[in-house]
Design a protein around this ligand. Structure first.
Ligand code: TRP
Length: 456
């Protein structure tokens, strides 16, 4: 039996919506991923391109997604279908919504592994494993964790199980209340750490690294990573913003709320960078250390600062919470799909989706712990399963998903219908050319450049 009732659920007000969307947006992407990809891609120039992507592509695409959801009032695939039908266009366009659900599922499979690292670090911080913050000891601690496949399996399984238990219950109220209390705390803690890092670490070296653009350090691949990350960090092209748009009350400005969500998300990422880089430079660490960067730098600060044990425990608890709320949002659309379309019970769906995630996560676990089965020899050298998955989702699937959303809302969907959703006429006049020409063209150019078809 197919449920086709339009969504009658609504966020209670504008603030509730902004908080929920910010909760989904702020996660590992801001605190774990943004600092390390900035390090790998040379700093300032990368940050600048990332900010440009957020402003000119991310925010317009977010508005497009929320508008699709608001008109469709359904799960992502179905909402896009509704808009296609109202515009007299092919039902195949619903694939645009479906692509997001699949991307979200694949992202989740490595998201749970990294959340597992953060969980392990709550324990390590509490046990005093950071010692006096000796950089060598802290680096060894991280290497010991990632080399221990069984430990990773244990932490990851705990995260998957917790996700399944909460999603299965369907009780979002308790969690959402916890999140709205914890997110401001996370923000305050980050701010406090930034002040500490600025006074104890090398503030100016970090500031220069993050904000003085040196374009000779930025490759075309770096531009793709910046573009992909702007989608990843705003939770775009992964179904969720269409879903949240379906719950949008009448009278909330899609434009203004999108700007706020993007602003908070970007702020958290920039502050996270200014927490991590002063420590990196003061201790002569490598900015391009990769996915382990925050786990190899922050513990140095926690080991050295007064009360660092408590601050460390608190910090990793917050990080796990930020990641956990994103994980719940990431699994929700597949669970909802199993319930609606496959007739699963809620619990059955949660366990089925969770089992799939768990199986997929084994690939990431095997590759971070350097097991040969997850390392492939290609003409470009050795590639790890985790790296492939990360690249395919964040840098290929999300930008292409965003491109299709831009094409669909800019060219295919009925213009009057979109104008009706994107509230004020002047906002629509600004948004429409951006989503119709600028966003698709920019995404296409980046891709053609990447594949070597053109050289700018
Ligand atoms: N934005 C999240 C982060 O930065 C990751 C993410 C991508 C996400 N797509 C999502 C979270 C969909 C929730 C729903 O960590």
């Amino acid at each position: 039996m197919q449920k086709a009732t339009r969504q009658t659920n609504r966020w209670s007000n504008r603030l509730a919506y902004i908080l929920a969307a910010t909760g989904a947006a702020v996660g590992l992407g801001n605190i774990w991923k943004f600092p390390y990809i900035t390090g790998q891609n040379g700093g300032g120039a990368f940050v600048l391109v990332y900010l440009v992507c957020i402003l000119f592509i991310g925010i317009p695409v977010m508005m497009a997604e929320v508008a699709l959801g608001k008109h469709g009032r359904h799960t992502p695939g179905r909402s896009v279908l509704e808009v296609a039908k109202s515009s007299g266009k092919s039902h195949w366009w619903s694939l645009v919504g479906w692509m997001g659900v699949v991307s979200g599922y694949l992202i989740l499979s490595f998201y749970v592994v990294i959340t597992g690292w953060a969980l392990a670090y709550i324990y390590k911080a509490g046990a005093g494993d950071f010692g006096t913050g000796d950089p060598k000891q802290v680096q060894a601690l991280f290497a010991d964790l990632t080399n221990d496949g069984w430990a990773l399996l244990g932490w990851t399984s705990t995260v998957v199980l917790a996700t399944v238990l909460v999603i299965g219950k369907g009780v979002k109220a308790g969690l959402e209340r916890a999140v709205s209390a914890l997110m401001p705390l996370l923000f305050l803690l980050l701010l406090g750490l930034a002040i500490y890092a600025a006074s104890e670490g090398d503030f100016w070296a970090a500031f220069h690294f993050m904000f003085a653009p040196d374009f000779s350090k930025l490759s075309i691949n770096g531009v793709v990573v910046a573009l992909g990350h702007s989608f990843f960090t705003l939770s775009l092209a992964s179904g969720i913003m269409i879903m949240y748009g379906a719950y949008l009350p009448e009278g909330v400005s899609i434009a203004k709320s999108s700007v706020w969500i993007a602003f908070f998300d970007t702020l958290v990422a920039l502050i996270a960078g200014m927490v991590i880089y002063p420590v990196v430079f003061a201790n002569h660490l490598e900015p391009g250390a990769g996915p382990g960067l925050i786990f190899q730098t922050l513990p140095i600060a926690f080991g050295q600062m007064p009360g660092g044990r408590l601050v460390g425990v608190l910090f990793f608890i917050m990080l796990v919470f930020a990641a956990f709320t994103s994980a719940l949002a990431l699994i929700e659309s597949s669970v909802a799909w199993l319930v609606e379309k496959r007739g699963f019970g809620r619990w059955q769906a949660a366990f089925a989706a969770g089992f799939g995630i768990w199986l997929l996560s084994l690939g990431t676990i095997a590759s971070v712990s350097n097991m040969p089965i997850a390392i492939f020899h290609t003409p470009w050298g050795e590639v790890h399963f985790f790296a492939i998955l990360d690249y395919l989702t964040a840098n290929i699937a999300l930008p292409i998903g965003g491109l299709l959303i831009a094409i669909f809302t800019g060219w295919v969907a009925n213009k009057a219908l979109m104008a009706d959703m994107i509230d004020a006429p002047w906002v629509f006049r600004l948004w429409h050319p951006v989503i119709k020409y600028l966003a698709p063209l920019a995404i296409l150019l980046v891709f053609l450049q990447l594949t070597g078809v053109i050289h700018l």
